[in-house]
Design a protein around this ligand. Sequence first.
Ligand code: ARG
Length: 464
Amino acid sequence: MTDQTSNQMWGGRFAAGPDAIMEAINASIGYDQRMAAQDIAGSRAHAAMLAATGVISDSDAEAIREGLLTVLSEIEGGTFQFSTALEDIHMNVEARLKEVIGEPAGRLHTGRSRNDQVATDFKLWVRDQLDAAEAGMLALIRALLSQAEAGADWVMPGFTHLQTAQPVTWGHHMMAYVEMFGRDLSRVRDARARMNESPLGAAALAGTSFPIDREMTASALGFDRPAANSLDAVSDRDFALEFLSTASICAMHLSRFAEELVIWSSAQFRFVTLSDRFSTGSSIMPQKKNPDAAELIRAKVGRIFGANTALMMVMKGLPLAYSKDMQEDKEQVFDAADNWMLALAAMEGMVKDMTGNRESLAAAAGSGFSTATDLADWMVRVLKVPFRDAHHVTGTLVAMAESRGCDLPDLSLDDMQGVHAGITADIFTVLGVENSVNSRMSYGGTAPAQVRAQVARWQALLAD
Ligand code: ARG
């Protein structure tokens, strides 16, 4: 009848085992062993439910549940022999269970399929990663809040097009990232709430004729409810795609900040000093202190975006329900998750340890005619000049200062009155960067008082 080499799980109708190449392309055990704990948790919940509904005996369920704990301890202890011939984590665990407990192991797979099993395991794994990402983001946000609080009134140049635009505060700049990571956090929480439905019991695709209790397994595994359509439950990978797209947006934010840290830590900027703990040296140039962590964060984003694109491509052409293509979901998500968590932790470490160089920031804040808008605004406010005219007058004064190689506050009152007769000495009060930032009191503006209010708002949000 069946050849000795045919698969012990599904080999009944096979006369021969698979070609070595078939085995190689088919096996996922090399990576899906990372879901061992989730697989065993799912199987233990399933066995308990099968006994509670009378599908299998209590003693069989007890043997299965105990045996699975033995298998888990072997896997965790590193003594488990993974087999490529057994394809994946599901069949490796079940085959070993058979060796440990004998005949009752064969009853575990009643009323389920690897299709709902893998969807369940993978969801549990992704859910853990969403929780880890949430913790990582909260830690990063807290580190940013400390920086913002300490430097709420430190002036620095604000840029558009990476050209000096208007002075801003260090705290304001840090709080911009708090807003970004705050949105990432809410995306993670949304994704978790949406994905938390149990596929277990959808079986292969159509449900099962056994009187299973899907509510029971769902709640045992911490799901809010069972997924309502068995076809969808086994063919849905939205949760993985939402994980990857949420990771991608967050990684994009991390990368933008990393880019700023690379620029800011350069000798030309000196806005920030990164700690030794988060920098590396050069093997040839003794003076170098390189922002490698920031550069690697910037680079790792590429593989996270790549994973998102790869899984989108895998899924886009698949008819319902399960297709083996979907086995390609895991390596993408595992790699993206590892690198996302690492990037979050590295960014938190850098932010915690970095020192904003208050003097360099202040010196740069005043250069590049950064208070030109304040000058124009003063003319509008005090002289009631239309903004467009004030803009033109200010442009003329900027050109004058530029040709003399000085800054706007270095021009004399005579110089200014030569361009617009109405200007008075009061204009000099708005040309200083401190006054400039203090005046930007509009809600969400860069004034230190506004920054402190936002820091307090976030601290209260995080305390809840
Ligand atoms: N290793 C498979 C995966 O990752 C498990 C599901 C296999 N199902 C099947 N009908 N072959 O997707």
